[in-house]
Design a protein around this ligand. Structure first.
Ligand SMILES: Nc1ncnc2c1ncn2[C@@H]1O[C@H](COP(=O)(O)OP(=O)(O)OP(=O)(O)O)[C@@H](O)[C@H]1O
Ligand SMILES: [Mg+2]
Length: 472
């Protein structure tokens, strides 16, 4: 075959009427590469050789029918060509069957004007190009959000990854918990794109971001005329997510009355549009997330316990970043690699002191705060190395961390590595209400080592500031 110009689409005409092949070859000579075949078998063989974008396929062929050829084409691995059936009036039924099998369009013989033919074929070329683009993008998204791309090697993150692994092959309803910026949405996407629903829609609804009176409409959609301004029907997120996953973010913010409606939808697996009279069946996997304390909301009667149990079949809790400091260098380097090229900077390494600064901070805004901090550092950076001065930490948290950690038990100034270590020890103790065993576990050191560090930095069990007398 001669090399074809880049971007030029190829078209295969399968018709036993030789004049039809000649006609299309001449009509599209300047625009497309046209191949012609005169029987079904030959046509299918040529299709496999040439992988055309569009096939013009006669319904009536001498050996096998055009519909059979179409079926065979559809059984090959995608992306498939756009198939336009060529049919005479008497064969319209076959053309209709072909449309049901996924043909793109059909042309009635005798053909209309050349312009009309050109438009149909152009649309078919576009359709195939768009399908290929969607496939490529979907593949990229799937790669991007794959569970393998969740950064973190700490034992706590490993256990998150283990739990994700457990819910990939089933449709279990998952509740993701974690402070702001810990990666809840990222985990929700990892579950969806790692599951058998990966090719289906992933739809997000942030229950905290939408006014209460609009939320029901968002979730369930409405019928035409359901309320003033409802000039046409609109699908809700449930219906849009059909066969895919619905991610209900900040579910703790959901209004109490709507909670009952959501529960019904989950139990019955059907929804009713606002103003609607008939239920619509939906097949949706639900993943919810919350940064709020739902148990507290249950106690206060703000969250329904029946809904809580329904959405909480499996919980994945993402620990705050300060409890998994081993992940900080991994994440920081990941964000550096991700953002430096985008921001047009050479920076590709942290100086030791810069890394210590990152390790010493408590990251109240978790991974999101770390990512933004790295983006800012990249912008400030001039060469290959990211220096501590480029790392701008939020004042409130930085002040508390630095002030408390500036001197050791004897009042001597500390190195930045010591500062980092002291902050980590304090954080671990604060988070475990000074439980030495648990704090040592979080830090990955023995209780004895932890006690020695507490003495070194003048941290007393039972104090949060670490400024009191050291305890042995
Ligand atoms: N383990 C991780 N690996 C790589 N990137 C991560 C990881 N966790 C979080 N991120 C990144 O951090 C940012 C915040 O994550 P995400 O939006 O998922 O957090 P969230 O818990 O949903 O936050 P919020 O509670 O504020 O909605 C995103 O840019 C995400 O890509
Ligand atoms: Mg989120």
């Amino acid at each position: 075959m001669t090399a074809k110009p880049a971007g030029r689409a190829s078209i295969l005409v399968i018709d036993d009427d030789i004049s039809i092949g000649v006609f299309f070859a001449e009509l599209f000579a300047g625009q497309y590469d046209v191949t012609v075949a005169n029987s079904g078998e030959e046509g299918f063989r040529r299709f496999q050789e040439a992988e055309p974008q569009v096939v013009l396929l006669d319904v009536r062929l001498p050996d096998i029918s055009g519909v059979d050829v179409l079926e065979r084409i559809k059984k090959t691995s995608p992306p498939h060509p756009s198939v336009i059936m060529i049919t005479a009036n008497r064969d319209v039924e076959s053309a209709v069957r072909a449309m049901k099998l996924g043909a793109f369009d059909y042309l009635l013989k005798p053909f209309g004007s050349n312009e009309e033919l050109a438009v149909v074929v152009e649309k078919a070329v576009d359709d195939r190009r768009l399908r290929v683009e969607v496939r490529t993008l979907r593949h990229e998204v799937q790669q991007f959000y794959s569970p393998d791309n969740l950064i973190g090697k700490s034992p706590l993150m490993k256990s998150v990854q283990d739990r994700i692994e457990k819910v990939l092959d089933n449709d279990i309803t998952v509740l993701i918990r974690g402070d702001s910026g810990t990666g809840k949405e990222m985990v929700a996407r990892a579950i969806h794109y790692g599951s058998r629903r990966a090719d289906r829609p992933f739809v997000t609804l942030n229950c905290a971001a939408i006014p209460e009176n609009l939320l029901e409409n968002e979730l369930f959609g409405h019928e035409k005329g359901a309320f003033t301004g409802a000039i046409q029907f609109r699908k809700g997120k449930f219906e849009t997510a059909d066969t895919g996953t619905l991610f209900l973010d900040e579910i703790g913010a959901l209004d109490y009355n709507l909670q009952a409606k959501l529960l019904r939808a989950l139990q019955e697996r059907e929804v009713e549009r606002v103003g609607g009279t008939r239920p619509i069946t939906v097949d949706v996997r639900i993943i919810s997330a919350t940064s709020r304390n739902l148990e507290e909301a249950l106690r206060q009667g703000k969250f329904r316990d029946d809904l809580f149990y329904r959405i909480n079949v499996m919980t994945i809790t993402i620990p705050p970043l300060r409890d998994r400091r081993e992940d900080i260098p991994l994440l920081a380097n990941h964000f550096l690699k991700k953002h430096a090229p985008r921001l047009g900077r050479e920076a590709h390494e942290f100086s030791q002191a810069a890394m210590q600064k990152l390790l010493g901070y408590s990251w109240p805004g978790n991974v999101r705060e770390l990512e933004h901090t790295i983006e800012r550092a990249i912008i400030y950076s001039e060469g290959a190395l990211v220096l501590p001065d480029f790392i701008e930490l939020t004042e409130i948290a930085a002040a508390s961390g630095a002030a408390a950690a500036a001197s050791d038990a004897c009042g001597a100034p500390m190195s930045s590595l010591d500062v980092a270590e002291k902050t980590a020890v304090q954080d671990a103790l604060n988070r475990t209400a000074c439980n030495i065993s648990r704090a040592a576990e979080i830090l990955g050191i023995t209780r004895k080592t932890l006690r020695a560090k507490m003495v070194k930095y003048g941290i007393q069990k039972g104090t949060e500031t670490g400024s009191a007398e050291p305890s042995a």
